[in-house]
Design a protein around this ligand. Structure first.
Ligand SMILES: NC(=O)c1ccc[n+]([C@@H]2O[C@H](COP(=O)([O-])OP(=O)(O)OC[C@H]3O[C@@H](n4cnc5c(N)ncnc54)[C@H](OP(=O)(O)O)[C@@H]3O)[C@@H](O)[C@H]2O)c1
Length: 316
């Protein structure tokens, strides 16, 4: 099936369509047997990723979802049946801005008259840790947006994302080479720590499509998109097997982890944010519900991702 222009098909308006999550949503809808119209937002309709979307049949709309562009934002969802919403904390690393822009997206989707919102949230690590770790800003802001969305009066579903497997291509997740030729990924967590991993590029959209194709839009539901709960030990073992390199997950003290982040030039509030994320995973775990039954296909495994990824720069 391809994306249709037929007005009888539901229109899904996708924020972040040129990015990892939104792009995955667009491709999942394009793969579906059911027809969809898709409106994809970008700030730059001339960029390559936007031109690729247009080739798929996506109606590409240029708009910036920032608070001083409220009028344009409110017009963007007009006529859409469903909205997929995501914010990109890492572009600005600002808690207040992510919260404000997340709320703006919900207000704009509501103003456009959509009958369902799918939002990419994250849980409050402060709540999970009983207040012990309150500084994981990019989780807290998303959790507050989720609360706002649930009170919006528009049917609202949170489809959270597990750990992107692509994280392991970049600092602070990418391995560093040791003198003996092995590679080490060093985190302040036990190697038995379990993480829900996801090939977000290929599979996040599967979960959003699943929500949109349920017989009744599951207002209030929360899903986590992931393929498997994996210990870091298993992850390293399969990574080694798939690449022929010796990759080890090492536990380091949090202070050493923080020094590494500081050394990479991250600002202090982000050093604290990322450190607390790992400390919560270590002490409280990343607890996720079962993978929903009835996904349109199985998500890719970590072994698939290892096999299909070019590691030549990371494992050089
Ligand atoms: N890495 C992980 O393991 C992980 C796990 C869970 C959640 N997350 C969350 O994922 C989020 C990022 O999502 P992603 O990976 O899909 O991001 P991404 O690939 O970097 O793409 C960001 C998208 O957002 C759009 N965008 C950003 N600011 C915009 C604005 N002001 N107006 C309109 N569009 C805007 C961009 O569009 P244009 O640039 O084309 O305008 C682009 O399509 C982050 O908030 C992060 O916390 C990450």
């Amino acid at each position: 099936m391809t994306i249709t222009q037929d007005n009888s098909a539901p229109l899904v308006a996708v924020v972040g369509a040129t990015g990892i999550q939104g792009g995955s949503v667009v491709r999942a809808l394009a793969e579906s047997e059911k027809p969809y119209r898709v409106r994809g937002f970008t700030r730059d309709p001339a960029k390559l990723a936007a031109l690729e979307l247009a080739k798929l049949g996506v109606a590409v709309v240029g708009v910036s979802f920032v608070v001083d562009n409220k009028n344009e934002a409110y017009k963007a969802f007009a006529g859409a049946d469903f909205a997929f919403l995501v914010t990109n904390f890492w572009e600005h690393v600002d808690f207040d801005r992510e919260l404000a822009e997340g709320k703006l997206l919900i207000d704009a989707a509501k103003a456009g008259g959509v009958s369902g919102i799918v939002w990419s949230g994250l849980p409050s690590l402060s709540k999970i840790s009983g207040g012990k770790f309150p500084h994981a800003w990019h989780y807290e802001s998303k959790a507050l947006v989720t609360e706002y969305g649930r009170q919006s009066g528009v049917p609202f579903v949170d489809v959270q994302t597990g750990m992107y497997e692509t994280n392991f291509l970049n600092s602070p997740f990418a391995p560093s080479k040791q003198a003996d030729g092995s590679f080490v990924v060093a985190f302040p967590v036990k190697p038995t720590t379990v993480l829900p991993v996801l090939d977000a590029v290929r599979d996040y959209g599967l979960f959003v499509r699943h929500v949109l194709e349920l017989p009744v839009f599951p207002n209030g539901a929360e899903f986590v998109a992931y393929e498997k709960n994996m210990t870091l030990t298993d992850l390293a073992e399969q990574w080694s097997q798939g690449t022929g390199k010796n990759i080890v997950l090492a536990q380091i003290p949090v202070e050493q982890f923080k020094q590494g982040l500081e050394g990479a030039g991250l600002p202090p509030h982000i050093v604290l944010d990322l450190s607390e994320v790992f400390l919560v995973w270590d002490e409280f775990g990343w607890k996720v519900p079962p993978i929903p039954q009835g996904l349109a296909r199985r998500p890719h495994t970590w072994a698939d991702f290892v096999k299909d990824t070019d590691w030549s720069k990371v494992l050089a």
